[in-house]
Design a protein around this ligand. Structure first.
Ligand code: MG
Length: 247
């Protein structure tokens, strides 16, 4: 069975994670290639990211992506055709309330105790913290773990990317979100590939038949990838799409 869809992580996979403008010519090439492979039916591209729905919607429209997206690391699913966003499998109202208690603690204490750590606004059922010096995120990880121990309804997992600490509801991840989207599309695991670069992407490893990564991926990701592009980030994504579309 051949690969029909490629779901992609965004940061450090399609575009740089650093907070600076993207290389427009490379990004334009990516948008053109995604539109072309979609038009000729060779490969359809989807997004599977920790980013919030409004960011994902804008990126989908820019890149010409129409497959449903996994946002907030599986906590939110978004359909562009119907403009409908909904919570992903495993997200319940009581879990969101518990996460909101953690959120309240963080927005209260971070500015006083960890002023370099930025709370990322705009998420509904998952939290992310940003720090330009990511080693500083370790201290806040202990604070979160200690807080979670005191709240029996709060059950989260913590995962670092290059610059972010992601706080996910346990069992809600890119893999659970991707499985839900593939089931909705009627696409078998054997027809799906994934592109990712960091540890959070490994939750999608089993949801897709083929796992690919750019050259900048972590060693742990490269070790389990079926295809490692010789190129980083956007150039890597272009290479991977060409590789899968057979052109
Ligand atoms: Mg990434």
């Amino acid at each position: 069975m051949s690969i029909k869809v490629l779901f992609c992580d965004v940061d450090s996979s399609l575009v740089p994670e650093e907070s600076e403008p993207w290389d427009w010519s490379l990004f334009a090439k990516l948008a053109e290639m995604i539109r072309e492979t979609g038009r000729n039916g060779k490969l359809r591209i989807g997004l599977c990211t920790g980013r919030p729905q409004p960011y994902v919607e804008a990126l989908m429209k820019t890149l010409g992506i129409t497959l449903p997206a996994v946002c907030e690391n599986g906590a939110v699913l978004y359909d562009l055709h119907t403009n409908r966003a909904e919570f992903g499998p495993g997200v319940t109202s009581s879990k969101i309330h518990a996460l909101n208690r953690l959120k309240s603690m963080l927005i209260d204490r971070l500015p006083r105790e960890f002023p370099e750590i930025i709370y990322q606004v705009g998420k509904e059922a998952q939290l992310s913290l940003y720090c330009a010096r990511p080693e500083r995120l370790d201290a806040v990880m202990s604070l979160i773990s200690h807080f979670a121990e005191q709240d029996p309804e709060l059950d989260v997992t913590l995962a670092k990317t290059n610059y972010y600490l992601n706080i996910d509801l346990r069992g809600v991840n890119k893999g659970s979100g991707l499985r839900a989207v593939l089931a909705r599309l009627g696409i078998a695991r054997e027809e799906a590939a994934f592109l990712g670069d960091s540890s959070g992407d490994l939750t999608a490893r089993d949801a897709a038949a083929l796992f690919t990564c750019p050259s900048n991926a972590t060693d742990a990701v490269k070790a389990v990838a079926d295809y490692v592009s010789p190129y980083p980030v956007t150039a890597g994504a272009l290479d991977i799409i060409r590789y899968l579309a057979g052109s």
